[in-house]
Ligand binder design. Structure first.
Ligand code: TRP
Length: 470
């Protein structure tokens, strides 16, 4: 069977942007930026995106388009030995396991959306509602809906599923985001929030902050997850990879900045005296415990119905962002099974889906409901649940390792001239350009070095409780 392709460069850009734009852009980024130097942070973030992440992005897209394979197939075909094949396996198991915990988070978001619409905002804003919600039975009802939607999109394939969903959901996401920004700007004290988000404070940019900014930029762009290799394998030969990569990076940064203009004004209109240092940097606690309170407080102005409407609107926006990321990450193992075993999309989806659902249910039960999963083991001096374990191993630890190996693979195994030749197809000005020299040099030297340092430090911090750098 002929491999499916995106119908155009724009189709790829929207799908890849759908993958990149997630709760990280919408919530983690604005909080991180405002606490750590405002515009100074933004500038550094954009710098990292274009000078460190973009080369990796181009490498992944080219590798996918060249081999017309999923990551396992690509590493096997070009690597030609057991070691690289193992790396290939890691690049499909990692997205599978990230899918497991991201599914759980997406289900929570959908639950909050449903409950806002059903008029239960006051319940969501209560003190321990989140803890109660994630251990409730209704969670499994929401899980069925989210799994159904995800399967429906993936079942449609590349053009009729992934691309079509992105073409509908992404423009809606942008419009909703802008509408919400306009609304929060009308609130009292909104400008105070804008000020904290945009006034630069360069002295706040410590090594630790920069490290956090780089990690956020790298993983938020879906790098090292095999997604861009897989989506890259669906790009047409005459599409311009450099142009598409820049668009994806630009859209992701743009959404992150707009989210800052949404979250910060909302926070300051809720409490103009709030100390930014008291805000949690975890997106989870921000979305599920703090923001519902802010939405509920809006009822003083616009009534309970209006406040519920705004909350529902916001959760719908976050849900769209999460759904397109979830779809992208599950497509990686699905494509691997289809390519590797020659099975149909449906068979691949159902067999992987069954295992994934089982593991997601275990993750969902690991917040206190089932003691064995909740206190699975302890490392780095902290008790960890099944959910924590999957997150720590696959998201925090293996991703930088995969990124490091990918750079070495592309430059030293696949070789620079092959990378250049692939990028040059559909881009007549790449050969001999400054960009080409920069991409070749950076991917072979300091980018893998930085990723290796992040990997070693993460292992030491998470598993041994000792941060080597800061
Ligand atoms: N962009 C996501 C976020 O901001 C992180 C991410 C990138 C992701 N690719 C993903 C999450 C794929 C899940 C699946 O939250």
């Amino acid at each position: 069977m002929k491999r499916e392709q995106f119908s155009s460069s724009l189709g790829f850009v929207l799908a890849a942007a759908g993958s990149a734009v997630g709760i990280g852009n919408l919530v983690a980024f604005p909080v991180m930026a405002s606490k750590n130097g405002g515009a100074a942070f933004l500038i550094m973030y954009a710098f990292f995106v274009f000078f460190i992440c973009l080369p990796v992005m181009l490498a992944e897209m080219s590798l996918g388009r060249h081999t017309r394979q999923n990551p396992l197939g690509a590493y096997t075909e070009i690597g030609q030995n057991r070691a690289w094949r193992t790396v290939g396996w890691m690049s499909v198991i990692t997205p599978f396991m990230i899918g497991v915990f991201y599914l759980v988070i997406t289900v929570w978001i959908f639950g909050y959306l449903a409950k806002s619409i059903m008029g239960q905002l006051n319940e969501l804003a209560g003190p321990d509602s989140f803890g109660v919600f994630i251990n409730s039975n209704e969670l499994f009802v929401y899980m069925v809906v989210v799994i159904g939607l995800t399967f429906l999109i993936l079942q449609g394939g590349v053009k009729q599923g992934i691309e079509k969903a992105s073409r509908i959901l992404m423009p809606m996401l942008f419009i909703m985001l802008i509408a919400l920004v306009i609304y929060v700007m009308t609130l009292d004290n909104a400008m105070l929030g804008v000020k904290f988000f945009l006034i630069p404070e360069f002295d706040k940019l410590t090594g630790k902050v920069l490290n956090g900014a780089l990690a956020q930029a790298f993983f938020s762009l879906s790098l090292a997850m095999g997604i861009l290799i897989t989506y890259g394998s669906y790009i047409q030969k005459n599409n311009n990879i450099v142009h598409a990569g820049k668009m994806v990076a630009g859209l992701s940064v743009l959404v992150a900045c707009c989210s800052g203009l949404l979250i910060l004004p909302a926070v300051f209109s809720f409490n103009p005296d709030i100390q930014l240092s008291t805000l949690s940097e975890s997106s989870i606690s921000m979305i599920f415990t703090f923001l519902p309170k802010i939405f509920l407080a809006m009822q003083a102005d616009i009534g309970y119905f209006g406040a519920s409407f705004i909350a529902g609107f916001f959760f719908l926006l976050v849900f769209f962002a999460a759904l397109t990321s979830l779809v992208s990450i599950i497509e990686v193992p699905v494509a691997s099974l289809m390519d590797g075993k020659g099975v149909s999309r449906r068979t691949a989806l159902y067999s992987l889906g069954a295992v994934m659902i089982l593991l997601s249910v275990i993750s969902a039960l690991s917040f206190g409901r089932v003691e064995m999963f909740s206190n699975l083991l302890s490392y780095g001096g902290v008790n960890k649940s099944f959910f924590d374990l999957v997150y720590d191993i696959f998201y925090e630890t293996i991703l930088p390792l995969n990124g490091f190996l990918l750079c070495l693979f592309v430059i030293y195994r696949w070789k620079k001239h092959n990378l250049d030749a692939e990028i040059s197809q559909g881009n007549s000005t790449f050969a001999g350009s400054l960009l080409q020299k920069y991409v070749n040099f950076s991917l072979g030297t300091f980018i893998p070095l930085i990723l290796a340092v992040i990997f070693v430090n993460t292992v030491s911090t998470i598993f041994f409780g000792k941060n080597l750098l800061f």
